[in-house]
Design a protein around this ligand. Structure first.
Ligand SMILES: NC(=O)c1ccc[n+]([C@@H]2O[C@H](COP(=O)([O-])OP(=O)(O)OC[C@H]3O[C@@H](n4cnc5c(N)ncnc54)[C@H](OP(=O)(O)O)[C@@H]3O)[C@@H](O)[C@H]2O)c1
Length: 262
């Protein structure tokens, strides 16, 4: 019997990409799953994970909304959540002043508001029980002003910072908080952010299965964070000492619309 039999992991954004692979890591390690995303594709992911021999429930909910988060939380039906992997997120390429503000707000509400609302609800239960693991999917994007994906990078700066603050608040409670900080990863992210005509959109990226495995292991070890891949470790270390203007200019070169052809 697996060490996690009978335990429950909640994974958001588990229909594709890093979240799908995080959910797979949980299921392969014996966790039952409650998974969520905004589109019906989440139910197909659930069918995939059931083949791994665990119980799986899937919820379709817009986690940018308070009601969407509550729908997911209510689906736990009072069952203890042993691991919460708050992974759902999206980007929005292009020049900020030309963007539709509803779309901008949806990025903020998904990556920040919905994420921390869910973490507050589930985290409170974990603290009462004196145990639990929380994983945020942050990003190394949080270290860099993200010209032409500005709102997204700002949200990830929030998540990276918030994760460490919450970790500190919860020390000695039995609840651990970990931040997974990937670099560019081969998922649907860049297509959904309308960034396929950018240098970064066209670049070779990390394998989401490798990224998720590193995040899952860090969460299970109770580490504070994990930056995946050697190149990303160098990029994030450099970002700590480089002037923000320089970082923003570098980001422009890889994220400006049309940069793939320059
Ligand atoms: N790919 C990268 O280069 C990269 C690098 C660093 C960090 N990240 C972070 O990794 C996380 C996963 O992204 P990914 O790269 O795996 O991209 P992805 O393949 O586009 O997956 C995003 C997941 O989040 C879900 N989602 C997005 N908005 C949602 C909402 N409002 N409500 C419910 N579900 C929502 C999507 O489901 P629906 O399709 O149903 O909306 C999907 O399951 C994100 O937080 C992203 O910021 C990605």
């Amino acid at each position: 019997m697996s060490r996690n039999s009978g335990k429950l992991a909640v994974v958001t954004g588990a229909s594709t990409g890093i979240g799908y692979e995080l959910a797979r890591c949980c299921a392969e390690d014996g966790f039952d799953l409650l998974i969520a995303a905004d589109e019906p594709e989440i139910h197909q992911a659930a069918e995939d994970f059931k083949k791994l021999g665990v119980q799986v429930e899937s919820i379709e909910a817009d986690l940018a909304t308070i009601s969407g988060v509550e729908t997911l939380y209510d689906a736990t039906k009072g069952r203890a959540v042993d691991a919460l992997l708050a992974n759902a997120g999206r980007g929005l390429g292009g020049a900020f002043l030309d963007q539709d503000f509803d779309e901008v707000r949806h990025i903020i509400d998904t990556n920040i508001t919905g994420t921390i609302y869910l973490v507050q609800k589930v985290g409170s239960d974990m603290r009462s029980r004196g145990q639990g693991r929380i994983l945020f999917t942050g990003s190394i994007a949080g270290f860099t002003p993200g010209s032409f994906n500005a709102t997204y990078n700002g949200t990830k700066a929030f998540v990276d910072s918030f994760s460490f603050a919450l970790r500190n608040e919860l020390k000695d409670t039995g609840v651990t908080v970990t931040c997974l900080m990937p670099g560019a990863t081969e998922t649907e992210f860049f297509e959904r952010a309308d960034m396929l005509d950018t240098k970064i959109g066209q670049s070779k990226k990390d394998d989401p299965a490798d990224v998720a495995k590193a995040g899952y292991e860090a969460m299970m070890s109770g580490d504070g964070d994990v930056v995946t891949g050697f190149k990303n470790k160098v990029l994030s270390a450099a970002a700590l000492v480089m002037p923000s203007d320089v970082l923003a200019e570098q980001h422009r070169k890889k994220a400006e619309p049309g940069s793939a052809n320059k």
